[in-house]
Design a protein around this ligand. Structure first.
Ligand code: NAD
Length: 433
């Protein structure tokens, strides 16, 4: 089949490359000229394990191409995927649909022949109806919802082996076409789940809000563990072994961040508000997570006794999770400017390179060498649990005594840290050192 992905970001690029890899011809469109130029010169604009190779192979095989020319790409394709961003409106819970609606307008303007329009972007209930209304003047379109569930860092695997493929449509013939499109994945065991269009739109928000709730729940339990001398990891294991609960998303850590959970929990509350339904659980999850953002700063105060002036604080990783370069809503974006404001010196080592988010901060320094970043540190903050941080020798790296290690991901064993006589603070685990 011939596909057009509009929006070549984390979702559009990964799913475009993966669709090409299962044999479809894919035209990826983006309005960002820079991005398209990079892609056409063989460089991926994002970091995602395995993506570079996948792009190169399918580009060479002429199944995958990149353009800023939406008209050309549209008119060569049978199915058009909308993969643009759906952030929250500024200072608001509600979802900013301006990018999605702009794409609808462009489809109406440029498309000459019959097409299936699929929303892969996460959009509020009723957005498909809105797009359909916009395209009504031209009856050649069928509008479907196919929310995306891939996780950055595992995106290619998630595309190839999805737990489920959700298609929302009010047309039976469209289900057949979409089943055909995904057949190689369905043949390998992916569940093909169909519902109406609004149902598919809500499944995505409800799934993300539920996962955010699980994280927030274990984070609050971790607070309780710290006060009662219990190891939260025992609780996660004890709870997670119950198959009704499941072990995933039960790891305590900092406030959840990233490109999806913060915006989608808020988006769901705004969908509820519009329908005059009080989604009180999701509201309290958002509030609890906001409060949690302050917790690491309070912990740092307790380590230094509030005076952090000239203290050398080192961040290991600054992205919101490992195996991605995505900084959206990362805890570091909240923490680093506040530490700098209080006159600390912040070094950071980040496997995906320097981040322009911190360029303007005085006394915030990027290091591409972990040894140099950590030397003479007063405090090391394990912010993102990249594999390369798992077996670091902190005493050798820091080269001085009395430094502290604050582990936001419970990456290290309490026992090991005790043996090494490191002042070690983690999440929801009683610190015996
Ligand atoms: P992104 O910001 O990485 O990419 C969006 C791209 O769309 C950008 O490159 C932008 O330049 C392009 N764009 C915007 N308007 C355009 C237009 N008119 N024409 C052409 N290109 C245009 O966003 P993302 O992370 O890929 O997310 C896209 C959607 O998928 C969002 O709704 C998000 O909630 C959802 N989603 C994201 C993830 C994730 O892990 N990132 C997972 C599942 C679902």
């Amino acid at each position: 089949m011939k596909l057009c992905m509009i929006g070549t970001g984390y979702v559009g690029l990964v799913s475009g490359a993966c669709f090409a890899d299962i044999g479809h011809t894919v035209y990826c469109v983006d309005k960002d000229r820079n991005k398209i130029e990079k892609l056409n010169s063989g460089v991926s604009p994002i970091y995602e394990p395995g993506l570079d190779e996948l792009i190169k192979e399918n580009f060479r095989a002429k199944r995958l191409s990149f353009t800023t020319n939406i008209s050309e790409a549209l008119n060569k394709s049978d199915i058009v995927f909308i993969c643009v961003g759906t952030p929250n409106k500024k200072n608001s819970l509600s979802v900013d649909l301006r990018y999605v609606l702009k794409v609808a307008k462009e489809i109406l303007k440029f498309s000459k022949n019959k097409k299936i329009i699929v929303t892969k972007s996460t959009v509020p209930v009723g957005t498909g109806d809105l797009i359909e209304k916009k395209l009504k003047k031209n009856k050649k379109f069928t509008v479907l919802s196919n929310p995306e569930f891939l996780r950055e860092g595992d995106a290619i695997r998630d595309f190839r082996y999805p737990d489920r493929i959700v298609i929302g449509s009010n047309s039976q013939s469209a289900f057949k076409i979409m089943k055909n499109l995904y057949l190689p994945l369905i043949n390998k065991g992916a569940k093909f789940f169909t519902t109406n269009r609004r149902g598919a739109e809500l499944i995505k928000y409800a799934s993300n809000a539920f996962l955010a709730t699980k994280i927030t729940f274990i984070n609050e339990i971790a607070n309780l563990c710290e006060k009662t001398g219990i190891n939260v990891e025992d609780i996660s294991l004890g709870m997670g072994s119950d198959i009704r609960i499941g072990s995933r998303f039960l790891r305590a850590g900092p406030a959840y961040g990233g490109s999806c959970f913060p915006k989608d929990t808020k988006g769901l509350v705004s969908i509820g508000n519009k329908a005059k339904v009080n989604l009180s659980i999701v509201k309290s999850v958002i509030k609890s997570n906001e409060n949690r953002k302050l917790l690491p700063l309070k912990k740092i105060d307790s380590i230094f006794g509030k005076n952090i002036k000239n203290k050398k604080i080192v961040f290991l990783g600054v992205t919101f999770k490992p195996n991605t370069d995505d900084m959206r809503d990362a805890a570091s974006l909240f923490m680093i400017p506040r530490l700098i404001k209080r006159k600390a010196i912040v070094n950071y080592y980040e496997p995906t390179g320097e981040k322009n988010n911190f360029n303007k901060l005085k006394n915030c320094f990027f290091y591409s060498d972990i040894d140099k970043a950590c030397k003479n540190a007063d405090l090391i903050i394990l912010h993102t649990e990249w594999d390369e941080f798992k077996s670091l020798n902190f005493n050798r790296l820091v080269q001085k005594k009395n430094f502290a290690l604050y582990d936001l991901r419970n990456l290290y064993s309490l026992e090991e840290m005790r043996k090494k006589k490191i002042k070690y603070i983690s999440i929801g685990r009683t610190n015996f050192s």
